[in-house]
Design a protein around this ligand. Structure first.
Ligand code: 5GP
Ligand code: MN
Ligand code: MN
Length: 329
């Protein structure tokens, strides 16, 4: 794919007047912080925009500026189409969900992302796989666009950095991440408050779904793989929503000696959302890509069509090949 510079991305924002801004389905802190960060940059440039997601954005992010401008397309379809589109944190077009119908046929698309599996689907592609978060790239775009930083823009970018580094703990926590974060604190970001909302606070429904999910915890592949399974009924029983099931996969990966943690979440009958987290031995983005998904070396995912046992069979087989160990060993 062609690779473009931050200056070209900034020019894209300056050249058009009206934008559709979007991130990925089931948005996380980086997707939401980056989409709203783009919105704030566009405002400073005197541009008009609509910011959308295919579904609902988790309410935990409602401390972010312009959160109330985020449209949920499942509830509120748009009544216009767009000539300029900005996609953030999306590795490929399928991650955008069902928003393509609002692009004009001749639409130009700016693709800002940090996933190694990004296939360069934009007309302008600002892809930096060394960036810990899309928000890290956005920091440079804001500088190149000449906008001034304030607490609101800083909060959006900080939220992306904080969440995609797992609270500045994952191996993607580079000197640059810490330098930008320190700069953002000078604009007034309150790190304790952001961490409380993004990392500490959990819903009661999360604990209830966790309690059910832990009963399914199992080891395979000579105890190198730990898996957790959430059935569709578990959501009904616990009253949890899909967003309440986030983070379950970390309990698997964190077990001593485990190389890969996996969660199998039955989103609807015949559709299983798979999340994988790795220590060192396996590049789970390669495994996910093989199964039609993508992500990063240590955090990746895919969606498998089939029953839970079918999804487990497919994923465990692929992990067995990657580890050189059979699932039943
Ligand atoms: P999660 O497991 O938290 O949903 O996602 C972990 C990482 O993998 C994120 O970087 C996310 O963007 C990526 N990812 C998850 N599911 C998919 C998928 O179905 N397709 C692609 N391309 N990436 C995914
Ligand atoms: Mn993301
Ligand atoms: Mn990201």
């Amino acid at each position: 794919p062609n690779r473009n510079s931050v200056e070209e991305a900034a020019r894209f924002m300056q050249q058009h007047d009206r934008f559709l801004v979007l991130s990925h389905v089931n948005p996380d802190g980086d997707a939401t912080g980056s989409a709203l960060g783009v919105a704030l940059i566009l405002e400073q440039l005197g541009k008009k925009y609509v910011v959308v997601n295919e579904g609902e954005t988790p309410a935990k992010f409602n401390f972010l500026p312009r959160f109330d401008r985020l449209l949920n397309l499942e509830k509120q379809p748009l009544d216009e189409t767009f000539e300029a589109v900005i996609a953030v944190d999306c590795a490929d077009e399928s991650r955008m969900g069902d928003v393509r119908s609002f692009f004009r046929s001749d639409a130009s698309l700016l693709n800002i992302d940090h996933h190694p599996t990004n296939d360069g689907f934009g007309s302008v592609n600002l892809i930096r796989t060394d960036a810990a978060a899309t928000a890290e790239i956005l920091y440079d775009v804001a500088l190149a666009a000449g906008v001034s930083f304030n607490e609101e823009l800083a909060l959006c970018i900080y939220t992306g950095l904080l969440t995609d580094t797992g609270g500045f703990r994952y191996s993607n926590t580079s000197p640059k991440v810490m330098e930008i974060a320190s700069q953002l604190l000078r604009y007034g970001v309150k790190p304790g408050e952001v961490a409380e909302r993004c990392l500490e606070e959990i819903t009661f429904a999360h604990i209830k779904i966790l309690r059910l999910a832990l009963q399914s915890l199992q080891l395979s592949h000579r105890n190198l793989v730990a898996s957790i399974t959430v059935r569709k009924e578990d959501f009904a029983v616990s009253g949890a929503e899909r967003e309440d099931a986030g983070g379950l996969v970390n309990y698997c990966r964190n077990i001593e000696g485990v190389e890969v943690g996996v969660s199998f979440i039955e989103a609807e009958a015949g559709v299983v959302k798979v999340s994988m987290r790795a220590r060192d031995r396996v590049d789970v983005s390669a495994v996910a890509k093989q199964l039609g998904g993508g992500g990063h070396a240590k955090a990746a995912g895919c969606t498998v069509r089939g029953s839970l046992p079918e999804a487990q069979d497919i994923v465990w087989r692929a992990l067995g090949e990657a580890l050189g160990v059979n699932s039943h060993e």
